[in-house]
Design a protein. Structure first.
Length: 315
């Protein structure tokens, strides 16, 4: 087992790079550190490189360049040791669909040389929700129940660190909340370091720290509230019944830096000393948008991500 007292970082990597073929770089020179006991989020859209990064950290892919340690162990040189210390839940459901819930748990426990009973306390609250379906084949479970079973199987050997690749994709909102409550409990009560990837920006707020990924690179990393508070522009919400047409019009106005759709509102930022709110309203009304209303609003983590992503695209 790893020496918890002498190792400060659960995950540490420098310049980690993974290429597929001659031209495609899935993970590009990534460096990050995850402290012990931290719930760490890799946030980004599909194709950002999150899954490839996790697969390297869980010893399933060899990096082309760079270096990574998990629990103080080199992911390439010590992969056999690490595989007994890591709990991994892939993005795609990969359990035995023709086996029952209980049979899957028993198989995974046996593979790790343990029993379901030995470590049951670690995942008891999750299994209690699965117990009524213990004899049901895994392939017949709902999406939320499949994810809970996969998490039980990832925890059955009491791992020292947990990696979850988009665990709530395709899961209903109630099950998503329950799942994240479980992760928070593992972090708080077990002091288990957890690295979770997700495309959902609202889930970033449940993490102690996040890394925002785009095109295989980490474009920003810090605590979610720190990132939000560093949002660089005044932000305004624009309401109108003609939101789609208004968005196109606002993007044509000089002085408006960005325009993004958020639910019923458009979020806009304005270049300094370029145009004021009264001018925007006047121009919009002259163009036929008579119900426009503009108010200052506070940024969200998604606003921050879009601002950073747009800046990267323009560089």
């Amino acid at each position: 087992m790893w020496n918890k007292g002498n190792i400060y970082y659960a995950v540490k990597c420098e310049g980690l790079t993974k290429k597929f073929g001659a031209t495609f770089t899935a993970v590009d020179n990534v460096s990050l550190k995850v402290e012990k006991g931290m719930l760490f989020g890799l946030i980004g859209a599909d194709g950002a490189g999150k899954t490839t990064l996790i697969r390297m950290l869980t010893t399933l892919l060899k990096p082309n360049e760079g270096y990574a340690e998990v629990l103080g162990l080199d992911v390439v040189k010590k992969f056999r040791t690490l595989r007994h210390l890591i709990g991994y839940m892939p993005g795609r459901f990969s359990l035995y669909t023709d086996l029952t819930v209980n049979e899957n748990l028993k198989v995974f426990a046996t593979l790790y040389g343990t029993t379901v009973k030995e470590n049951y306390a670690l995942f008891a609250d999750i299994y209690e929700q699965l117990a009524p379906f213990g004899k049901r084949k895994a392939g017949k479970l709902s999406g939320g129940m499949k994810q809970k079973l996969a998490l039980c199987c990832a925890l059955v050997h009491r791992p020292e660190i947990l990696f979850l690749d988009e665990p709530t994709t395709g899961v209903d909102p109630v099950s998503r909340k329950v799942f994240w409550d479980i992760l928070s409990r593992l972090r708080t009560e077990e002091r288990m370091p957890i690295i979770v990837s997700t495309p959902y920006m609202d889930e970033a707020l449940r993490c102690d720290k996040v890394a925002l990924m785009q095109d295989g690179k980490i474009i920003s990393s810090d605590a979610p509230n720190v990132l939000i508070n560093s949002y660089p522009y005044p932000l305004y919400g624009v309401a109108s019944q003609q939101k789609g047409a208004l968005q196109k019009f606002l993007r044509s106005l000089k002085g408006i830096n960005s325009t993004f759709s958020f639910g019923d509102l458009l979020h806009i930022t304005i270049a300094p000393n370029a145009i004021d709110l009264n001018q925007i309203e006047r121009n919009a009304k002259l163009a036929g948008f008579t119900d426009i209303k503009i108010t200052p609003i506070n940024p969200t983590i998604e606003d921050y991500f879009l601002a950073q992503a747009t800046q990267q695209d323009n560089e």
